[in-house]
Design a protein around this ligand. Structure first.
Ligand SMILES: [Zn+2]
Length: 368
């Protein structure tokens, strides 16, 4: 071969027809792997034919048996693109030259997208709806014993994250949006390999990414909630108050009986109703602790701050005593229920400090 290699062949195709400019010649062909060429005639064929090659003119002169010389003209142009005038084209066509009219368009292959990946099993939307219906029905049963007061707003509020004032119960309808995106982005590297994309996709830890996407999603969802559900001022205020720090901490608390971190079913239901804005009373009734009647208080707002409630005072005192105890054990000088003799306005003395810390800040006392 031309590259100096030797290739063994086991057959020869003798006297094959080679047609050049309507003249037929006989050539012997050896079958070998060639790559981009179909046939290489080689010197073996040219020598006995006494073929002359003019490198300057780019012509091959083949003497024929009739005495004539067949001239094969090579490509004269140095550039890749050969342009001829319109008049010359017409002349060629009149002479009977063959013309091919071609319209060439460069088409880039479409970038493959996720939709192009064949789906083995599609997750039916009906399944997601069935799951959410079952979830809502369970929530309704817990909060209102399947009563009519649990509406679309209560469902929306309950299925928001804690940070957005919800109960942290996630519906499949919400989760599917950002969970899909998180999964899609997190597996971008793998998908790149599978889909043969180019680029440099970033791989972020899935839980962090999902949390970020959930924040984006719920920010968008809640931005329009007020107008979508035409919330009353009370509903708006309640929802806003539930978005503060630690306002949902009780929902995460581990129910430990010894630490007073448990609620009975009735209390739990009342708290959930209060948080979701479900009326607890159908009519204004007198407070069972202080006997006062607050007209229109069907949601139980008074109960949250009733001075006559033993439970509220009790919890307040437990917190106060615990703090004083911590101070005592830490060597901090503190006393509880200290009358500091300041005026609370309207000629009334200020209530005694729950806890007074002595020489807390640069020799000054601090109370709360
Ligand atoms: Zn009361």
């Amino acid at each position: 071969m031309a590259n100096g290699k030797f290739i063994k062949v086991d057959r020869i195709y003798k006297e094959c027809n080679l047609t050049l400019a309507n003249k037929t010649f006989k050539v012997d062909l050896f079958p070998v792997e060639l790559g981009s060429f179909d046939v290489v005639l080689g010197m073996d064929w040219l020598s006995p034919m006494k073929v002359g090659i003019q490198c300057f003119d780019k012509t091959i002169n083949i003497p024929l048996e009739t005495g004539e010389i067949l001239v094969i003209q090579g490509d004269k142009s140095g550039s890749k693109l050969n342009l001829i005038s319109c008049i010359k084209t017409q002349k060629y066509l009149m002479k009977g030259c063959q013309a091919i009219l071609a319209h060439i368009k460069e088409v880039k292959p479409d970038e493959r997208r996720i939709e192009d990946v064949p789906i083995v099993k599609d997750f039916p939307e009906a399944a997601q709806r069935a799951f959410d219906e079952a979830l809502r029905s369970s929530l309704e049963r817990i909060v209102t014993a399947s009563g009519p007061e649990f509406g679309d707003w209560q469902w929306r509020l309950a299925t928001l994250p804690f940070a957005f004032g919800g109960l942290g119960v996630y519906s499949a309808g919400d989760v599917r949006h950002y969970a899909f995106l998180a999964s899609r982005l997190q597996s971008a590297g793998l998908q790149t390999k599978l889909l043969r994309h180019t680029g440099n996709p970033s791989e972020v830890a899935a839980p962090i990414l999902m949390k970020k996407l959930a924040d984006v999603y719920f920010t968008k969802v809640t931005a329009s909630a007020e107008s979508t559900f035409s919330l009353s001022p009370r509903q708006s205020a309640l929802w806003k108050s539930q978005q503060g720090d630690h306002t949902s901490a009780w929902l995460r608390a581990v129910p430990i009986l010894g630490l007073g971190q448990t609620m009975n079913a009735k209390t739990y239901r009342c708290v959930l109703c209060y948080r979701l804005g479900v009326p607890l009373f159908s009519i204004s009734t007198a407070c069972s602790a202080c006997s006062r009647v607050f007209t229109g208080d069907i949601f139980g707002d008074h109960a949250v701050s009733c001075a006559g409630m033993v439970g509220i005072k009790h919890r307040h005192n437990i917190v106060r005593d615990s703090l004083v105890d911590v101070c005592y054990r830490s060597g901090i000088s503190a006393r509880k229920e200290v009358d500091i003799g300041l005026s609370g306005g309207n000629d009334r003395a200020l209530r005694p400090a729950d806890v007074l810390l002595y020489s807390w800040d640069c020799g000054r006392d601090v109370m709360y």
